[in-house]
Design a protein around this ligand. Structure first.
Ligand SMILES: [Zn+2]
Length: 355
């Protein structure tokens, strides 16, 4: 009796652990944690090299069923939210789920697919876990490093051909009914993501990297129309971005135009006797986007009279006096300003019509 209780406690402890660590716990996870099952078993089962998973489990059936009951009772007592797992083969043909139990007992098959989440799991994490535990294994094509032949049709396959692993055999794309797919090399993440989500068939291509001693992704095989559609979508996006950029530039130009007109208007008010072309010039000059001139500053944007006046003074100084010449002759800037000040004030006064 105590031994039974110990064993039950072990189940609950393992389940609590998995729930806290992973954010969910399923029956197979639990059995893995209890060492009744190994990843290698699951791989063989997913490759369909065995008819069911239960035959590989390292525990007696009554013990497993007892553990399953304890697991269910624990979840029920804690009122844990539940989702259902789905077990698909690592195969080109994935429409049928794998069998867990030796006898294919329907009730047991269902119970083996129970997955529990923490009691505070919200709808979003529930959906996420649900998607994860129902995911089909990714289809993988291996780029062969030496000549080989298809394990089904015997066709000779040259170096760098693609093969799929089906049960114990390495088969060609034609036998795998994938020879209609088109290749997209790695590199463009956006295009790849889009094309993959469009395509109902996705085969990741990997090649053994000898130096790094691991398989590396080389690209993906997709339905041709899915790739085409993704390419189109990416183009449209680029167009869309270009159009938006152009519109923004136009809007800015228009803003600048209005702003320039306003500045010119204000200048004409301030200097009723001023040369209208020249004032227009100053208005354009000072409102030039990004020029960093006096007229562009935040104060001038609010048509600050003092700022505009300074802009006009600067213009007059440069264009209607010998200020620049003096600077070139090596005059000190302040001295040069003092020198031309009188001339500048004369012109200002005349423009302001203050006689
Ligand atoms: Zn073949």
């Amino acid at each position: 009796m105590t031994r039974q209780k110990d064993s039950d406690d072990r189940v609950v402890r393992a389940a609590e652990h998995m729930l806290a660590d992973e954010g969910y716990v399923g029956v197979l996870d639990l059995f893995l944690a209890m060492h009744w099952l190994e990843q290698a078993h699951i791989q063989r089962w997913q490759r369909q090299q065995v008819p069911d998973l239960e035959g590989l489990m390292l525990s007696k059936r009554p013990k497993r069923l007892q553990a399953l009951e304890v697991f269910e009772a624990w979840a029920q007592e804690r009122d844990l939210p539940q989702v259902w797992a789905a077990f698909y083969p690592k195969s080109r043909w994935q429409d049928k789920e794998l069998q867990v139990t030796v006898d294919g007992d329907e009730d047991l098959e269902r119970r083996f697919r129970q997955v529990f989440l923490p009691e505070d799991a919200d709808a979003r994490s529930r959906k996420k876990v649900q998607a994860k535990v129902q995911e089909k294994p990714e289809l993988v094509a291996y780029m062969v490093r030496r000549e080989t032949e298809c394990g089904w049709c015997g066709t000779e396959l040259p170096k760098r051909s693609l093969i799929l692993l089906e049960k114990e055999a390495a088969i060609c794309l034609e036998c795998a009914e994938l020879d209609h797919l088109t290749f997209l090399g790695r590199g463009d993440a956006t295009l790849t993501r889009r094309a993959r989500s469009n395509s109902s068939l996705n085969v990741v291509i990997v090649e053994w990297a000898r130096r790094r001693k691991r398989y590396e992704r080389q690209g993906v095989l997709l339905e041709p129309w899915a790739l085409e559609k993704a390419e189109q979508e990416c183009c449209e996006d680029q167009d869309q971005r270009r159009i938006q950029r152009e519109k923004a530039a136009q809007r800015r130009a228009k803003d600048d135009r209005t702003y320039c007109d306003q500045v010119f208007q204000r200048l004409t008010d301030m200097f009723p006797n001023g040369d209208s072309d020249y004032l227009r010039n100053i208005a354009e000059h000072t409102t030039l986007r990004g020029s960093g001139r006096a007229g562009r500053s935040a104060a001038a944007k609010q048509l600050d009279d003092d700022m505009l006046r300074l802009a006009v003074i600067a213009g007059i100084r440069h264009d209607m006096t010998n200020y620049d010449e003096l600077l070139m002759l090596g005059w000190d800037r302040a001295e040069a300003r003092r020198e031309v000040n009188e001339r500048v004030n004369e012109i200002l006064a005349a423009w302001e019509n203050k006689e």
